[in-house]
Unconditional design. Structure first.
Length: 604
């Protein structure tokens, strides 16, 4: 981390206290790394607040924790930060005598963050990074080298024909990234980078995203995985194409490239070293076919560790369990496990139910090359987590140095947002028992139209999972709507109840949902911008889901003409509104989520 986060903490404290009281303060901010019972004060957040009548101190385990402590003090004094942006802040006027807080917090999880996904622009991404520490989050993951695919979607308007595209290319994208890096470090966030891409970038093929590019150099064909007797790209996508991972020359080329990249990017606190993003696409050559892919992966990780050490680089490396890598190695061991952070990516999991305790795990099926019986339910997924936990335990790895890489907040099936909020709360509060040290959620960044409540619950529960669900929910509604918060909560709970028809494909009675969404909002006078903006978002959400209801009703009735007409109207409305609600609504992800309701699947 290359920013004076303590200065940022003082800046935030002075700004908000002046807005609240019209005066300065007498609060000192101190770092005392040895003063807290944490495993590693560089990465683990803890702070103590001792403030009375606008005077006192906040002491923390590191500078990032100081900033988290400042925002916790502000929340204790009535401030609220339910979404990114000034429109969603609640900053009450009060006297200095009302600035009081006595609190000790040791964050329950080391990793509490988000991974870039969706359709992204600079302004809203920076606002998101400003918001994250306000609710206790502490890390951000810029996936791939430049996050090209995500910014391309916005700036080339790939899902919104009503917007005028920008001129966009790799150079333009690379001009964006330093702004994101600066915002992350300025706000004390642990900055993660890369992931997929190392397996193609080292051959001169850009790993920009899930893009068809038949541009693999002919001289490196032997480096590709052999499938059905032929070495070629999988689905014409370099990022998804596997390599011949048993080939020592291939291992060396991938690792050498990764080491050079890491040496050139000291701004990265964590580098994710992943293999390809495909499945059932692995090499069937004589040297590969009889071993789990994880054996070759560990060989590469050990090579990476040795070369980084030789160059004096202490960058943390994240390795993952995902697709074929859900099966841990049987032979290879990490030589220096302290270098590595474990990431569990249960992409096959179900979001209809909370994740289960690993003690309830099913039996892990046999590893079968390119005919993998991937998990079909959460008990199956848990079997793989249990196996990796056993592997980590055998190496003496810290269970804190790990996280769940999950995919919450991506569905459009609940306008009241309580389904995802409860699911996330259940999963987060049971993470410790499954030996995971936190969560980095892979989701669209502009998700606050349909997922503000679950995102808030996720952020706060990752810090203090002992807090009751209803307490976190009430905190959100109070921040969003002020004095009338309980009335709005009842509306949202009802929206969740009557939207079961969306989640149940066998249902066809949409009338209760339409009636609830069409009802006027409470007739109250708005007293602040946060409430006004929250009400506007509610009206937008209602209009979107009314159109979803019309579309699904026609589809389930088999009326193809009415369904086509309803989909045109749904697309027209959301395209027209995306710019107005850009910080909260991502049409690219919305489009895919609506298709998902009908069982239509996309490769990416």
């Amino acid at each position: 981390m290359n920013y004076d986060v303590k200065a940022r903490a003082y800046e935030a404290l002075e700004q908000y206290l002046y807005r609240m009281t019209g005066k300065g303060h007498s609060i000192e901010l101190k770092v005392n790394a040895e003063g807290f019972d944490v495993e590693d004060p560089q990465w683990d957040d803890a702070y103590q607040i001792n403030v009375q009548h606008g005077a006192g101190e906040i002491v923390a385990s590191n500078e990032r924790s100081l900033l988290l402590g400042v925002y916790h003090l502000l929340r204790d004094c009535g401030c609220a930060f339910v979404r990114p942006g000034k429109d969603s802040e609640r900053v009450p006027r009060c006297n200095t005598e009302q600035i009081n807080s006595q609190r000790f917090v040791k964050a329950a999880h080391r990793f509490r963050g988000l991974c870039i996904e969706g359709s992204c622009n600079v302004r809203d991404t920076v606002d998101l990074l400003e918001w994250m520490p306000k609710v206790g989050m502490n890390c951000y993951f810029m996936q791939f080298r430049e996050g090209y695919n995500f910014f391309e979607r916005w700036y080339e308007c790939t899902s919104n024909e009503q917007m005028m595209p920008w001129e966009f290319n790799l150079d333009v994208c690379r001009s964006i990234i330093p702004q994101i890096e600066y915002a992350a470090h300025k706000n004390g966030l642990m900055y993660h980078g890369v992931g997929h891409g190392f397996t193609c970038e080292c051959f001169g093929v850009p790993g920009l995203g899930w893009i068809e590019m038949d541009n693999w150099p002919e001289e490196f064909t032997d480096a590709l995985a052999m499938r059905n007797g032929k070495r070629d790209l999988a689905w014409h996508m370099p990022l998804i194409s596997a390599l011949c991972y048993s080939n020592v020359d291939v291992q060396k080329r991938v690792v050498d490239s990764a080491v050079d990249y890491i040496a050139q990017h000291p701004e990265l606190d964590y580098v994710h070293f992943w293999l390809d993003d495909g499945n059932n696409n692995k090499c069937e050559c004589e040297n590969c076919r009889n071993e789990r892919v994880a054996e070759f992966y560990i060989q590469m990780l050990n090579r990476l560790d040795r070369q980084l050490s030789d160059r004096g680089l202490n960058t943390k490396i994240v390795f993952l369990a995902y697709h074929e890598l859900l099966w841990p190695p049987l032979k290879e061991k990490l030589e220096h496990p302290e270098r590595f952070t474990f990431m569990f990516a249960p992409i096959q999991r179900s979001f209809l139910h909370p994740f289960c305790d690993v003690k309830q795990a099913a039996e892990m099926p046999r590893y079968t090359l390119n005919n993998q019986p991937f998990p079909r339910n959460n008990e199956d997924v848990a079997a793989h987590l249990k196996a990796w936990n056993d592997y980590r335990t055998s190496l003496g790895m810290s269970m804190e140095d790990s996280f769940d890489f999950d995919y919450y907040c991506t569905d459009y099936n609940d306008p009241g947002q309580f389904v995802q909020a409860r699911l996330i709360y259940e999963d987060v509060t049971h993470m410790k028992q499954n030996h995971l040290g936190g969560l980095i959620n892979c989701q669209e960044q502009r998700a606050f139209d349909h997922a503000a409540l679950p995102m808030y619950v996720m952020a706060r529960a990752l810090v203090e999972p002992q807090r009751p669900f209803d307490e976190l929910v009430d905190e959100f509604f109070q921040g969003a709507f002020g004095d009338e918060s309980q009335e709005y909560r009842r509306i949202w709970e009802n929206w969740t109840k009557v939207s079961e028809v969306i989640r149940d494909p066998s249902s066809s009675d949409f009338d209760p949902l339409v009636k609830a969404l069409s009802a006027p909002l409470p007739q109250v006078s708005c007293k602040d911008l946060a409430t006004s903006h929250s009400r506007k978002l509610m009206r937008f959400t209602a209009q979107v889901f009314l159109r979803i209801a019309a579309y699904l009703k026609a589809e389930r009735a088999g009326d193809r003409g009415a369904a086509a007409k309803a989909r045109v109207e749904l697309d027209r409305y959301t395209c027209a509104k995306e710019c107005e609600f850009a910080p909260e609504f991502d049409r690219k992800y919305f489009e895919g989520a609506v298709d998902k309701l009908l069982g239509i699947k996309h490769i990416v």
